[in-house]
Design a binder for this molecule. Structure first.
Ligand code: NAD
Length: 405
């Protein structure tokens, strides 16, 4: 028997007085998420999640709140946390009013606080997981008494863990939303660039045209960022260890180079590789005076912030999202958004319509897993083709530029 939901630790949010403003942001997102609205109507009718308890780790902000409402409408109970620094405290406060939901997330969370929230979500005794970065999945397999039957995983970094350190160790199926052509083609390839630029502007209020940017990683997300920066007038350098992707970057007119040369020349370096230790102590020594460092990858480990702190002779916050470090020799370096995801820490994440499609994949995948988890083999699973097609067809019907009738 699962622990009764009413006995779970109460929600932990920063400030209940922010609820009214947060509620407005959820309502605005809901208005622009027609694909999820359609799924919500179906789930309300079918109630496939009745009796299911979902442990959830996904940015606590307005679009995710609409996904949570959709899953609640399908009958689920949910214990929800987000990622360090990406929480919208107003949205968290607003969502505490929903039945069958606990939230453990604050904007001020650092990695240690995040891990404590992961522990709270796992202690809720979930039988399904909706994960982002595989923290819940990794935590679950350490717990012998886990009831988890199935999970979804949102992002590339989680997929890398599932097919790397966790390969062969996950005893339940995990549908990886990230690898759906719908997510790659819209969120990663089209959404990331503008959302990162939004974060850059809000953090720095500085111009992009005429500056030199280095984008480290020319994968699905990095190419979106590189193209957007170039379209805005930047000179874009690309650092990429995969020769095929480096060749693609070169054929798109990017300056392809090494991390050392990029560090010495760029006004701003943004990492988006999904791997740790990309910009390290030996690179900090090469940076220009006034250089900026930002990250879009899921974990804040892409820039070695601890190494930067150890090397610096002093540091101070010079703006809400900019920390200035004094380096030996009199240079100053600016770290944006604590090295956490720039689009979600300094701005408000991806565009609503992009997340409507991605979260529709999430809701549909939770539905099919709840109905028949046993028909999927344990470990990594792609989004089934019939789910991709169904969401694409719903999506087409919502667009003013499409006329298929
Ligand atoms: N901030 C957000 O909202 C958001 C949204 C989606 C994805 N992400 C994250 O962005 C990251 C990248 O995702 P993706 O889908 O583009 O992954 P991807 O695997 O398609 O691309 C990553 C690229 O980085 C390259 N790379 C790896 N190590 C490198 C190194 N040392 N130097 C240079 N290049 C290197 C790889 O060869 C690859 O081409 C992941 O952490 C993902 O979870 C963040």
């Amino acid at each position: 028997m699962p622990i009764p939901f009413t006995t779970l630790e109460p929600s932990l949010v920063a400030d209940p007085d922010l609820a009214a403003e947060g509620e407005k942001r959820v309502a605005w997102a809901r208005t622009h998420m027609p694909v999820l609205a359609r799924l919500r109507a179906e789930l309300e009718r079918e109630r496939p999640l009745d009796g299911r308890r979902i442990g959830m780790c996904l940015h606590v902000e307005a679009k995710t709140a609409v996904l949570v409402e959709t899953l609640l409408a399908g009958g689920a109970e949910i214990a929800w946390t987000g990622s360090p620094a990406t929480t919208d405290d107003g949205v968290a406060a607003a969502m505490t009013a929903r039945d069958r939901l606990r939230i453990y997330a604050l904007k001020a969370d650092d990695t240690a606080a995040h891990q404590a929230h992961i522990g709270r979500v796992l202690a809720s005794d979930p039988d399904m997981l909706l994960d982002n970065g595989a923290d819940l999945i990794a935590g679950t397999i350490e717990r012998p008494a886990s009831r988890v039957l199935a999970a979804t995983e949102e992002t590339t970094s989680g997929r890398l863990r599932l097919t790397g350190e966790l390969a062969g160790r996950v005893p339940f199926p995990v549908i990886v939303i990230n690898d759906s052509p719908i997510k790659l083609s819209f969120e990663s390839e089209r959404g990331i660039g503008p959302a990162t630029v939004d974060g850059f502007f809000r953090a720095t209020n500085t111009f992009i045209a005429g500056k030199t940017f280095a984008v480290v990683g020319f994968g699905w997300c990095g190419r979106s960022l590189a193209r957007t920066l170039r379209a805005m007038g930047a000179v874009v350098m690309v650092v990429e260890i995969d020769p095929v992707r480096a060749l693609e970057a070169a054929y798109e007119g990017m300056l392809v180079t090494t991390i050392e040369k990029a560090a010495a020349r760029a006004d701003t370096i943004i990492t988006v590789t999904g791997r740790p230790g990309i910009v390290r102590t030996e690179h900090f020594g090469l940076l220009k005076d006034g250089a900026m460092l930002g990250n879009m990858g899921h974990f804040s480990t892409e820039i070695d912030v601890a190494g930067l702190r150890a090397m610096a002779t002093g540091s101070r916050m010079v703006n809400t999202h900019v920390e200035e470090f004094d380096l030996p020799g009199g240079r100053r370096v600016h770290l944006l958004a604590r090295g956490e995801m720039l689009n979600l820490t300094a701005a408000i994440g991806h565009q609503i319509e992009v997340m409507d499609l991605g979260f529709a994949l999430q809701a549909h995948s939770m539905r099919i897993l709840a109905q028949d988890a046993a028909s999927y083999t344990p470990g990594y699973q792609p989004v089934p083709e019939h789910v991709n097609r169904a969401i694409a067809e719903h999506g087409l019907r919502t667009m003013s530029t499409v006329d298929l009738d």
